[in-house]
Design a protein around this ligand. Structure first.
Ligand SMILES: N[C@@H](CCC(=O)N[C@@H](CS)C(=O)NCC(=O)O)C(=O)O
Length: 292
């Protein structure tokens, strides 16, 4: 690998498949499927193919919140997509999401299945379908969508920028860590100022804006993302702390955050979810369970 201080970009960039990064084996400069692989289909209206990264957790929290409201039509099967093994490049997955990234959802509630990809678009699809967690009044709705899209545009600086260079890159590059720490702290300050005036992102009601933002910025603030709480001094964002803890205490969030999770404490892993009772399984069975 070339030292960042001496690197001169060539005229035409060429792909070196092993650049040493944590995701060198799965990152490629081309799209499309690399293998034939059908996806399993369970019995529920929604079929989710995902992983418990922050983008995946948005959707499992949303589905659990809908079920908590008593909306039985939101029942779902959640299948585990192992992105380190390249499951996102299987033909069945690419048919749903040509961008090969989790989460991917099939809405099989109607006569024709509908594919939905991009976590923000999945949240909006579910919110509109079930008329929940999305304000109806035009100004509130615009606020909610503004914060939802703020999250979609901002989190790549946190994940792909800060998280990558702070936690995953093979070398610690001060310039990159400085640049993205600056931006992430600015974003936390944006949230902190807003949450000083508002209980939730759109005022008094919990909405898809909170559901989108919490798995990234809430979890970061609580010190559980990239183990960067101390480094970014996330404790100092008092209003983000208050909001993050409030949302972490919701039962649907406690359930949603462990679905498709394959790391951390065993009691916080539910590899696949096919029924509400799966959350009551004994720890070992939760991890081992796959639909037969
Ligand atoms: N904007 C997308 C981002 C999804 C995304 O980046 N997913 C990551 C995991 S958090 C992924 O599937 N990575 C696999 C890969 O890059 O090959 C969304 O919000 O759905």
């Amino acid at each position: 690998m070339t030292d960042e201080n001496t690197y001169t970009p060539p005229k035409v960039w060429k792909w070196e498949s092993e650049n040493g990064g944590a995701f060198a084996s799965i990152n490629r400069p081309i799209a499309g499927a690399t293998k034939e692989a059908e996806l399993p289909v369970g019995r529920h209206p929604f079929q989710l193919y995902s992983l418990a990264t922050p983008n995946g957790v948005k959707v499992t929290v949303m589905l659990e919140e809908l079920l908590a409201l008593g909306i039985k039509g939101a029942e779902y099967d959640a299948y585990f997509i192992n992105i380190s093994e390249g499951d996102q490049f299987g033909s069945g997955f690419v048919d749903i999401n040509p961008n090969s990234k989790i989460p991917a959802l099939m809405d099989r509630s109607g006569t024709t299945p509908i594919r939905v990809f991009e976590s923000g678009s999945i949240l909006l699809h579910l919110a509109e379908k079930f008329d929940a967690f999305l304000p109806k009044e035009p100004e509130q709705r615009a606020q909610c969508l503004s914060w939802l899209f703020w999250q979609m545009g901002s989190a790549p600086y946190l994940g792909g920028g800060f998280g990558h260079f702070y936690a995953y890159a093979p070398v610690k590059i001060e310039y990159c860590i400085d640049r993205f720490s600056m931006e992430v702290k600015r974003q936390l300050d944006v949230l902190d100022r807003h949450l000083k005036q508002n209980e939730y992102m759109c005022g008094a009601d919990y909405t898809i804006a909170d559901i989108a933002i919490w798995p990234w910025y809430g979890v970061l603030a609580l010190g559980h993302l990239y183990e960067a709480g101390e480094f970014l001094d996330t404790q100092s964002y008092k209003n983000v702390q208050r909001w993050a803890k409030q949302i972490a205490g919701r039962d649907a969030v406690k359930r949603g955050r462990i679905v498709n999770r394959a790391w951390g404490d065993l009691s916080e892993q539910l590899l696949e979810r096919h029924d509400a009772s799966d959350f009551d399984l004994k720890t070992q069975d939760k991890v081992a369970k796959t639909e037969t």
